[in-house]
Write a new protein. Structure first.
Length: 142
């Protein structure tokens, strides 16, 4: 389970990078520190884009079945920075099989909370092979 969670966090970090965010702290990181708890909840990633901050969490099947998940998402999606009171975005990464469940869960929230949440599908990308199997090319140089 630990290696799968690490892989999902790595894929969520890629989503942060695509949005232009720099990772400040993350779980299972080599060079970055572990993020501190936000309230009573563990978060996977804390990132920053200019003066805007974001929190990232990954949700598994067990998390989606947790009855306290709605409170956790609502709490994390309503966070603000300490001095400037800017809203902190909440990035949620979900496996592709459970994306619809997470989407319906987020639809239950008010509009103000929904616009502060970005939901992503965590898809493991496979690198296509460039080699052609069976075709042997002539060697020009040895």
């Amino acid at each position: 389970m630990d290696s799968a969670k690490r892989k999902y966090i790595d894929l969520l970090v890629e989503e942060f990078w695509k949005q232009g965010y720099l990772t400040v702290s993350r779980k299972y990181g080599t060079y970055l520190p572990e993020p501190a708890k936000v309230g009573d909840f563990d978060v996977d990633i804390i990132a920053r884009y200019k003066k805007n901050y974001a929190i990232g969490i990954t949700l598994s099947e067990e998390d989606l079945n947790d009855p306290h998940l709605i409170n956790k998402i609502k709490f994390l999606a309503t966070r603000q920075t300490k001095f400037t009171n800017k809203r902190v975005l909440l990035f949620i990464g979900v496996e592709i099989e459970f994306y619809k469940n997470a989407k319906t869960l987020i639809e239950l929230f008010d509009h103000d909370i929904k616009k502060n949440i970005k939901l992503f599908q965590i898809v493991e990308k496979s690198i296509p092979s460039v080699r052609r199997h069976g075709n042997k090319e002539k060697i020009i140089f040895s």
